[in-house]
Design a binder for this molecule. Structure first.
Ligand code: BES
Ligand code: MN
Ligand code: ZN
Length: 494
């Protein structure tokens, strides 16, 4: 995909890209050079106010054989001291979308100029390569009449005078992050009839094999033997077998300081006997968004091979109704030994995750992060641009927050205190209550999971709002966002 060169002149391509800050262009050598080759056209446009330097604005020009590249795209960057890394990622997203739409196959881009006092050239390369697959990603469709005449961007020549090895590493890093996200989006987008727990496990195996990770898929019989009564209860009404998917990435000689990534893998959530409304059912194929984020992160980790130890644990099943299905009032036993009164079969995610968290602990992990499309409540509380988070360890939370902010997947902490602890323990018949009420129920869901994390430092990420985008955005189309794939990968790689 990427080639690095120090000179643009002889590189044939469909498009060349230059960035412009609000500040004077007098020392922008590429700009000056291109301007000269285009008979001072850029300066003239600039004087007439037709060459915008406003943040994210794009001006397209034909070079009429005066350059080796057919088109010139000038992208505005705003003020140099104000441009943040996150904004730059969005600039590249906007740009790649346009380049893709205009059917440019080979693009040439001047890297070094994009750097600012707060954004290094390495970081520029990173977000550029990250934005490319994200911005040009399209949701898969199953139309029999294809009108997909999209031409992918096949080659990007990076013009840079910085050490080529450094730029290359940064490009590889960013690209692996972008691809992890698009993999997560893809998995979320596939409907429940096509992506069953069995299929999700197959996908996970592909990742494990591609990156030489150890793996383990627990079957229903294994779950029975291990006493995973919570996950089994959710699966009870289904004709599809459940899977507990485990991938092990060992980047250190010794298995120590491991982090567990636990992702909710409900391939379709009907709500069970506490059935959802007909509107509520729509979109419930997305209820494996946490699993997708974990797998996306594992693909990124597999590619970049950090010296870290990671275990991914994904409890997967659909949540269905039948004569066998679990019911409200049922009392079940989780693998940890705790009993749970089922008050609401639609609060199934926390049940599946409870056993996954317990199982993850068997791998002697130091820390646990769970990611789940867990509650509608988090959407009410925070909307669809903030992931709700909870923790039992403020220092670990800080680490996750730093990773999330770096990749522009902001999280917001919800409180956790004795009131909520007491609420999830409020049952007349069991140790725990899976649905003590509607008040603060995003928090109650997290508080329930905390009963299984126990003393292990843990962060919970509720992506019910952020897993989907209502509209197209700079870094992708509407629909699944693949949110948290990059945050998790960043957390590990930090
Ligand atoms: N998968 C849903 C949460 C969800 C809702 C995700 C909307 C994405 C969009 C989860 O299993 C669920 O049904 N949660 C219930 C919990 C309630 C029964 C305590 C909810 O949020 O209403
Ligand atoms: Mn549910
Ligand atoms: Zn659910």
């Amino acid at each position: 995909m990427f080639t690095i060169k120090s000179e643009y002149k002889s590189v044939q391509g469909d498009a060349i890209i230059i960035g412009l800050f609000e500040e004077s262009q007098s020392n922008h050598s590429l700009y000056n050079d291109i301007n000269k080759n285009l008979d001072n056209e850029l300066e003239l446009l600039m004087e007439d106010g037709d060459l915008s330097k406003a943040y994210k604005s794009i001006t397209k020009l034909y070079t009429n054989k005066r350059l080796e590249q057919k088109r010139l795209y000038v992208i505005g960057l705003g003020k140099k001291n104000e441009l943040t890394l996150n904004q730059l990622r969005n600039v590249f997203g906007t740009l790649f979308k346009q380049l893709h739409q205009d059917k440019n196959k080979h693009i040439v881009i001047d890297l070094d100029y994009f750097a600012t006092p707060s954004v290094s050239i390495e970081q520029v390369a990173e977000v550029l390569a990250e934005a490319l697959p994200m911005a040009t990603y399209a949701q898969p469709v199953f139309k029999t009449i294809k009108k997909d005449n999209r031409i992918p961007i096949e080659r990007v020549t990076i013009i840079s005078n910085v050490d080529k090895e450094i730029v290359k590493k940064a490009l590889e890093k960013g690209y692996a992050f972008g691809k992890g996200t698009t993999l997560a989006r893809y998995l979320v987008h596939i409907p429940g009839n096509m992506l069953t727990a069995t299929k999700l496990a197959e996908r996970a195996l592909q990742i494990a094999k591609e990156y030489q990770m150890e793996y383990e898929i627990l079957e229903k019989e294994d779950m029975e033997r291990l006493g995973m009564g919570a996950l089994l209860a959710v699966n009870q009404g289904s004709t599809e077998p459940p899977k507990m998917i485990v991938l092990k990435y060992q980047g250190q000689a010794e298995w120590k300081d491991a982090i567990a990534l636990v992702g909710k893998g409900i391939t379709f959530d009907t709500g069970g006997y506490s059935i959802k409304s007909k509107n509520g059912l729509m979109g419930m194929k997305n209820d494996m968004g946490g699993a997708a984020a974990v797998l996306g992160a594992m693909a990124t980790i597999g590619k970049l091979k950090p010296k870290k130890n990671v275990i991914a644990v994904i409890p997967s099943t659909d949540n269905m109704i039948s004569g066998n299905a679990f019911k409200p009032d049922d009392v079940i036993f989780a693998m940890s030994g705790k009993s749970i009164e089922v008050r609401n079969t639609d609060a199934e995610g926390r049940l599946a995750l409870a056993d996954a968290i317990t199982y993850a602990k068997r791998f002697h992990v130091d820390k646990i992060v769970d990611v789940a499309t867990l509650t509608g409540g988090v959407i009410t509380a925070l909307g669809d641009k903030l992931t709700g988070a909870m923790t039992n360890d403020q220092d670990f939370y800080k680490e996750v927050e730093i990773a999330a902010n770096y990749v522009d997947e902001p999280i917001w902490q919800l409180p956790y205190n004795d009131h909520f602890k007491q609420q999830v323990r409020n049952s007349d018949v069991a140790d725990l209550n899976n649905s003590p009420g509607r008040k603060g129920h995003a928090i109650l869901a997290g508080a329930f999971l905390a009963e299984f994390a126990e003393a292990t430092p843990w962060v919970h990420l509720d992506i019910a709002g952020t897993a989907m985008a209502d509209t197209n955005h700079n870094l992708g189309p509407k629909g699944s966002t693949g949110v948290m794939a990059r945050t998790l990968a960043k957390l590990i790689i930090n």
